[in-house]
Ligand binder design. Sequence first.
Ligand SMILES: Nc1nc2c(c(=O)[nH]1)N[C@H]1C(S)=C(S)[C@@H](COP(=O)(O)OP(=O)(O)OC[C@H]3O[C@@H](n4cnc5c(=O)[nH]c(N)nc54)[C@H](O)[C@@H]3O)O[C@H]1N2
Ligand SMILES: Nc1nc2c(c(=O)[nH]1)N[C@H]1C(S)=C(S)[C@@H](COP(=O)(O)OP(=O)(O)OC[C@H]3O[C@@H](n4cnc5c(=O)[nH]c(N)nc54)[C@H](O)[C@@H]3O)O[C@H]1N2
Ligand code: SF4
Ligand SMILES: [Mo]
Length: 705
Amino acid sequence: MSNPVETIVKNVCPLDCPDTCSMVVTVRDGVAVDLRGDRDHPFTRGFLCQKMARYLDRVSSPDRLMHPMRRIGPKGPGQGRFERISWDEALDRIADRFRAIADSADGPQAILPYSYYGTMGKLQAESLDRRFFHRLGASTLDRTICASAGGVGYEYTMGAGRLGADPMAVPECRLILNWGSNTVNTNSHLWSLMIEARKRTNATIVTIDPYKSPTARRSDWHLQPRPGTDAALALGLMHVIWRDQLHDQDYLDRGTVGAELLRDRVLTEYPPDRVAAITGVPVDQIETLARRYATEHPSLIRVNYGLQRHGGGGMAVRTISCLPAIVGAWRHRGGGTFLSTSGTYGLNSFALTRPDLSPPGTRSVNMNQLAEALAGELPGPRVMGLYVYNCNPAAVAPDQGKVLRGLRRDDLFTVVHELFPTDTVDYADIVLPATSQLEHEDIHTSYGHHFLMHNPRAIAPRGECRSNADVFRGLSDRLGFEPSLFPDDDTLMRQALDGGPALAGISLERLKAEGSVRLNIPEDYRPFSDGRFPTPSGKCELYSERMKADDFDPLPSYIPPLEDPQTRPELASRYPIQMVSPPRPQFLNSTFANSPAHLRAAGDPTIELADDDAAVRGLEAGDWAEVFNDRGRFLARVALTGAVRPGTAASTGIYWSKHSPGGSGVNATTSSALADMGGGATFFDNLVEVRKVDREESPSPNHAC
Ligand SMILES: Nc1nc2c(c(=O)[nH]1)N[C@H]1C(S)=C(S)[C@@H](COP(=O)(O)OP(=O)(O)OC[C@H]3O[C@@H](n4cnc5c(=O)[nH]c(N)nc54)[C@H](O)[C@@H]3O)O[C@H]1N2
Ligand SMILES: Nc1nc2c(c(=O)[nH]1)N[C@H]1C(S)=C(S)[C@@H](COP(=O)(O)OP(=O)(O)OC[C@H]3O[C@@H](n4cnc5c(=O)[nH]c(N)nc54)[C@H](O)[C@@H]3O)O[C@H]1N2
Ligand code: SF4
Ligand SMILES: [Mo]
């Protein structure tokens, strides 16, 4: 008997999470037998979150899609609607259908790729896929579902690259604000650095969130504004800072434009009592936070995604990102704000994605408007061919009912490339099986640290699974596209690395040998300490000419939510509750929501209500309730956790509809209306009503498992 062959491989967590962890995988005789966090990685520091700790169960799950299939029954959930086909047949059918649509009167723009970041790997998420659809002349997809509103808002203030503080310097901070950030669950390695700051500098951790999230519960101080009112809160802090002369005049003079205009505005328009009336945050809390923020350095604002999923989300992030300059927080290492580190990398994304291949004038479809695109309500042809990968839109996209009506269309040809039989797979004409992260090679940037990472292939693909990049090679071949545009993985990685100065000295050979390489940025990274910003004026733009040119208020201001009881009283008289729907800690968006262990830990879908709101509706903890508005409905169990104020509710997700009582999820109620900037999503800008479900409608216990 020969000895087992055992190798240790360093892989990268592929999930859409800022931490981009390094994982150590043990492979024995070609089988991955152990997976854990990499102790040697400066950011991962030896642990993986609860979601990924059992990733090997996912890799070897009996539920994995193992071979291509084609539809033989009606669209929608149900058994026995697919039959197995070969890869050749699958690719031929897709190529034939795409060619037919492209040659029809609708033209190639009736084909729409639909993807997000089921894997963050550059090869699988942003390379041959983009080239393929650009070359085909398909509609392009504006990937707005997550971070675009805040990204645009931040950039107006801070300039190109959306740069910010170094997360590794968090232990040096004395005041840390989690602003719209459930850091404990969504960025857990940053949270561990925050805890270190508590030990090292006796730091105070503050969380600003309408929902008492796990992060709020573990913070020293929780401020609970009404959803979507953060810009008003930030303007109120500025009022106190200027009124009490707590600003940093020297930094303002050197590093900003428009300080006097902004000061005049906040002093006249945003006194604490008005801000308290808008936000629901008491005056004394506004005063105290302003004073502490201006005087306790280094201070960091971890501004994140929760607060931008509102009508005024872009302006909110733009406004908050002015704060550090006003108090001179950028002077200190660790001080300032950070939204995303991804702009630091400077990977050659043009070379990878080749936008120049897309014919001039090609329309772009906002991914938040999938419902409208499928209904033919957007300019340009109605979508006739849809290719979904790295994404589960049937569960995650807003206005779910309308999305599903579109996906059910008989004349729509839908391809879904997936690892698991998701809600979206139920609507596919052709299903393609995808590789897991251990089964393909890739490179990863991060949006929560400054390391570039390499993910080698650790094991052979299961069944007939193929990587995204491989599928696009196969499809391009069938459509007769130039082979040179669809090269092998090594060539693609080299093209990606041929980028900006932060990549200097990082060859593919070095990256493969070291696995994780810190970007070529100073050890003591301290952006903007000199008061210079990559904006048109070279300064932090408290006043922005670019915003004025783009028809925005050039100064920070408060834009109320689209569905705000204060500004939409008639809507609120029917649907009085502002509902936020951030992630449940056990799931990563809708990933893991089919995994038995994760589902058991997550339990039934819940609607967390204030005690008074439940009482007036005759609801008790544990009751099944219907949450509804004009767009749709879903069922959830009432939870009275003390986590929300009256008038606010939280339903954490994202469950798969087919595993949910009533067959729909939280996005049945969310709106496809767009945020003020970047075409961003408004998932948390959502008025609903809640009622008890009749006994007959009540689902049986443990339906989900
Ligand atoms: N466990 C887990 N981790 C994840 C994810 C996941 O699904 N599960 N998803 C990943 C992805 S794709 C992303 S984009 C990030 C998101 O990570 P975060 O940026 O942390 O975003 P959310 O968890 O959506 O929202 C954070 C908090 O914002 C709050 N919030 C909602 N509305 C407002 C508001 O108007 N003002 C303020 N101040 N707060 C508000 C929510 O109640 C929530 O507690 O996390 C990533 N990490
Ligand atoms: N109500 C509400 N809705 C939300 C949010 C919210 O907080 N509340 N969050 C929003 C946010 S921030 C985001 S980012 C989106 C995320 O929405 P999605 O991008 O749809 O994210 P997931 O639900 O994780 O689905 C990703 C899918 O990609 C698949 N996948 C993984 N790796 C690969 C691969 O290599 N190849 C292929 N072909 N497939 C792969 C996974 O199996 C998974 O089913 O959801 C948004 N929707
Ligand atoms: S913390 Fe994020 S990057 Fe790390 S293992 Fe969990 S999901 Fe992956
Ligand atoms: Mo996201």
